[in-house]
Design a protein around this ligand. Sequence first.
Ligand code: HEC
Length: 210
Amino acid sequence: MKTAHWALPAVVIAGLVAAGCATAPREIQPVTANDLAIMKASFQEKGQAKLDRLDQDEAQKLCSHPPSVRIPAEVSARIEKNNMATIKYPADGKLMGDWKAGEVIAQRGVGKQFSDDPKTPSGGNCYACHQLSKNEISFGTIGPSLYNFGKLRGGPTPEMQRYAYGRIYNSQAFSACSNMPRFGHNDILTEQQIKDVTALLLDPNSPVNQ
Ligand code: HEC
């Protein structure tokens, strides 16, 4: 009787559909102190990887939910506004550094692990999630392709430099539950490194725009 469940009376199906539509999105369930204690008990501190990495800020708490939970628009807007306020633009006003140094940073996946020396500069690991140049054939696709980013966005205008620098510094300022690491906000990359990667994205001579 393979087809039995398709034989449900239309009125029942209509009822089920209506019930499905009427179900409100589930509430965001914050991580409780007990959840956190269980997680902390399952990890050990090692090297620079301390257990405080499990402490979530507001954005992380609000974004740690199953995909079935929808974040209300005003909550997303609040996350973006608060993250925007964390972005520190360089005091010298120069947002673009050396694209060649930026390419090394984009290729480098080292840093912040317990086995890494905290004194060695971290990489940005951009290729793990993005295509950036046509020469590099190995790249991830979690993020959109950034090949020709500068060309497609009208070149290194002051506005585009500000956007690229800000996006790398704190992606959650632009998309509330972004999966991109907050490189400046979480001290992964230094100011100079963010300048260098901004140049990689926007400099007309960089391989991104060839
Ligand atoms: C863990 C994956 C991940 C890594 C690593 C990552 N990104 Fe992203 N990035 C994303 C995702 C996903 C998006 C899409 C938008 C969103 O969700 O925020 C994005 C968006 C962007 C955007 C905006 C693109 C647009 O169309 O406006 C830029 C610029 C960017 N990333 C640059 C970088 C750079 C530079 C690096 C390295 C320093 C980097 N990303 C590392 C995941 C990542």
